[in-house]
Design a protein around this ligand. Structure first.
Ligand SMILES: [Zn+2]
Length: 78
């Protein structure tokens, strides 16, 4: 299992959709078992939405595209 540090380091790339599916799967397995990292991811999503500077010069369209991608991959798990 990944360490929390590894999850945090990859979190922004996960939200940006830049990771391989293998890496995403490893992160999601960790998130299923680790509520600290779940909380971190939730806060990071809010931050990316609220502070686009963190994500470079992302515009609203880009951010909502990323959010839609995250939401659809989450929904497909259920
Ligand atoms: Zn963790």
């Amino acid at each position: 299992m990944l360490s929390c540090r590894a999850v945090v380091q990859d979190a922004d790339r996960l939200l940006a959709g830049e990771l391989t599916w293998q890496r995403r799967l490893a992160l999601k397995i960790h998130l299923l078992m680790c509520h600290h990292c779940r909380r971190y991811m939730r806060q990071l999503r809010v931050l990316i939405r609220a502070v686009p500077l963190m994500h470079g010069r992302a515009n609203d369209e880009e951010v909502s595209e990323i959010m839609a991608h995250i939401c659809s991959s989450e929904n497909s798990e259920h």
